[in-house]
Design a protein around this ligand. Structure first.
Ligand code: DGL
Length: 266
């Protein structure tokens, strides 16, 4: 139980909403949240110093997720969005158990909408090696594997481009071509972005695969879930003006804040 969260003098609805990710990726989720909850204040914590999470051990990612949540709780947030598929996969249950008095929203690959619009082609799920090897993903696969041909595609190395602010260009294009080289493009009906960094390279991905391939990400679904939860709890900010966004990063380097702002505003 966290006393900082339970300070009776503070009005819950005026408190900010906390977001965290292994780095700049979760800003793709924050962007969607701002669209549907513009009057809220937000605190974003990117753990770029420790990115990427997806190739670390489960114990390390769990520990880092707890550190990130502690940081947000110190900033007196009223809800937390784990804007990272990898951290959600390995830590969300423990986080919810430990911080049982604060709503914690996670993200997972948006397989359901991909299956719903599928026209018989393959559904490729791009994600970190950790997301694809965890129990949460196995359960998701179990649910949908008879409804479509689903191809998990671990993309180690991709997060690093986005962390550097590289979201287009020849090098990235070649990286993506290489990742998809064992697949026949016109057999792919959709690609699910199972990592919050990937929406930022959507354009380059469409250049590689063609415009016909539908690219699906779960950011909007997660933002909608956040809206539902704070509405239900009656903690929506009532102010009429636009909210504020504060961005923090474990790298403590102005450069990463600049990249973050560019991604958020771009
Ligand atoms: N944005 C994280 C995710 O959604 C990236 C993980 C990583 O740092 O490897 O999985």
């Amino acid at each position: 139980m966290h006393k900082e969260y339970l300070n009776a003098n503070d009005s819950m609805e005026d408190k900010p909403i906390g977001f965290f990710d292994s780095g700049v990726g979760g800003l793709s989720v924050l962007k969607e949240a701002i669209k549907i909850l513009p009057n809220e204040d937000y605190i974003y914590f990117g753990d770029s110093k420790n990115a990427p999470y997806g190739v670390k051990s489960v114990a390390e990612v769990k520990a880092l997720s707890f550190q990130a949540v502690e940081f947000l709780i110190k900033h007196k947030v009223k809800a937390i969005v784990v804007a990272c598929n990898t951290a959600t996969s390995v830590a969300i249950e423990d986080l919810r158990r430990h911080y049982s008095n604060i709503p914690i929203i996670g993200i997972e690959p948006a397989l359901k909408p991909a299956v719903e619009i599928n026209d018989g082609g393959k559904i490729v799920i791009m994600a970190t090696p950790m997301t694809l090897s965890e129990k949460k993903f196995a359960c998701l696969m179990e649910k949908y594997k008879y409804k479509a041909e689903i191809v998990p595609l671990p993309c180690a190395g991709l997060v690093e481009y986005i962390e550097k602010g590289i979201v287009q260009g020849e090098e990235l294009n070649n990286f993506l071509k290489d990742k998809f080289s064992h697949l026949i493009y016109n057999e792919i009906s959709s690609v699910v972005l199972g990592c919050t960094h990937y929406p930022f390279i959507k354009e380059e991905l469409n250049k590689v695969l063609g415009e016909k391939v539908k690219v699906i990400d779960g950011s909007l679904g997660t933002a909608a879930q956040l809206k539902r939860l704070i509405t239900e709890k009656n903690t929506r900010n009532k102010k009429k003006s636009m909210g504020e966004v504060q961005i923090f990063n474990s790298l403590e380097d102005e450069y990463i804040i600049k990249i973050s702002k560019k991604l958020l505003e771009g």
